[in-house]
Design a protein around this ligand. Structure first.
Ligand SMILES: NC(=O)c1ccc[n+]([C@@H]2O[C@H](COP(=O)([O-])OP(=O)(O)OC[C@H]3O[C@@H](n4cnc5c(N)ncnc54)[C@H](OP(=O)(O)O)[C@@H]3O)[C@@H](O)[C@H]2O)c1
Length: 355
């Protein structure tokens, strides 16, 4: 195998390892590391928990001090060169006698940017950069959006009926229709209980919640649905609940929620950036989703397509996306990893989860 192909292969492994940290390391990036010597993988590691060791440290500290001498170290983000919550990884790489470092993305963090590589090169280590760069940016899209655009990465998500409604207008029809879906039901537009997504889609939705830093609804959804905004059907970290309430209509918002009255979406996102919220999943309702769509300040749309037919109700938002950017997933079960191709910075994806 050519060296270039080997580099790509091991970098793919780094990205695979890095992805295990999703939901656990924010606001840090997802990072994986592989140490290879004489054609054999000596060690692997990834950044597992915010405040804990970085990927390089996890991979290198598993080995006896001399073992990595002369090895190649693969890592998908420029090694850090500063003392943060842990000591600089670049120093450890130099100490362990690594001969070559292959990297995917430069670190946009002003504390690192270029200094990690400079430290390695000053120690005589060969540095190869930008291997699978687009894939690395895709994996760390939340981190790069936050660092470069000074706003959270925004995912708009809603469930819609087969005929395009996101809530029924009255309770009776929907309750008869949706009685098949047992378990937790939310409130409803007409004050009745309803449940639009299938149990599998609901579990997927709760997994998504564990992957983002915060979750947001509008005041009307709060009043109608009394949502908990927690991840109850998937193991992982809980997102920060947020409700938007400019007229201060809500009097019983739990103390741990962010109860905000930002006048518009740009100022909301600035507030969240200042609070170091790296990513946000917006779960409706229609008015709030429309405000995000109109602002253009969002990165992904995820639609849970229900098999239910409501006949009437609150129409779901319409997203005008070229067919090539719409991804229909056969079932919620197969869609959990959402392995979508990189579409470039300016293009937004619409993921449709079919029942
Ligand atoms: N199918 C689904 O996935 C889904 C998900 C969520 C909700 N729903 C349903 O959607 C219904 C509620 O939707 P909705 O459209 O009536 O209300 P909504 O979007 O939940 O809330 C609208 C309210 O949010 C406040 N708000 C704050 N900042 C805003 C901004 N920048 N832009 C727009 N609104 C802002 C406004 O009140 P202030 O001016 O006082 O701030 C506005 O009246 C519920 O019945 C719920 O069941 C369905």
């Amino acid at each position: 195998m050519r060296q270039e192909d080997l580099d790509i292969m091991y970098m793919r492994r780094c990205l695979q390892l890095a992805a295990n940290g999703l939901g656990r390391v924010r606001p840090n990036p997802l990072v994986g590391c592989v140490v290879v010597k004489e054609g054999a993988v000596l060690s692997e590691g990834y950044h597992q928990e915010y405040g804990h060791n970085h990927a390089e440290r996890n991979a290198l500290l598993r080995l006896p001090a001399e073992a990595a001498a002369g090895a190649t170290l693969y890592v998908n983000l420029e090694p850090c060169s500063h003392f943060g919550k842990t000591p600089p990884c670049a120093d450890l790489i130099v100490e362990r006698g690594i001969r070559r470092v292959v990297c995917c993305n430069d670190d946009p963090n002003p504390l690192v940017a270029g200094r990690g590589f400079a430290k390695l090169e000053a120690a005589g280590i060969e540095v190869v950069r930008h291997v699978l760069e687009a894939e690395g940016r895709e994996l760390n899209r939340r981190f790069f959006t936050f660092m470069e655009q000074q706003r959270p990465y925004v995912i708009l998500k809603w469930a819609q009926s087969a005929d395009g409604f996101m809530a029924p207008s009255g309770g009776e029809v929907c309750c008869n229709n949706i009685a098949a879906y047992k378990g937790e039901a939310t409130g409803g537009h007409g004050g009745q209980k309803y449940w639009l997504s299938t149990p599998g889609q609901n579990m997927l939705n709760h997994r998504w919640r564990t992957e983002e830093a915060a979750i947001l609804v509008g005041s009307q959804t709060y009043l109608d649905d009394r949502p908990q905004l927690t991840a109850r059907h998937w193991h992982g970290s809980q997102p920060q609940p947020i409700v938007l309430d400019r007229r201060h209509r809500l009097t019983d918002v739990p103390a741990h929620w962010l109860h905000l009255d930002s006048p518009d979406i740009p100022s909301l996102l600035t507030t969240l950036y200042e609070k170091k919220i790296q990513s946000l999943i917006v779960e409706g309702g229609r008015k709030v989703l429309d405000a995000f769509l109109a602002s253009g300040l969002y990165d992904e749309v995820r639609i849970l397509q229900s098999p239910q037919v409501l006949g009437s109700g609150l129409e779901a938002p319409v997203v005008h996306t070229p067919p090539a950017l719409r991804y229909a997933q056969g079932s919620a079960r197969n869609a959990t990893g959402i392995p979508l191709p990189n579409l470039g910075e300016e293009l937004r994806r619409v993921l449709i989860i079919e029942p």
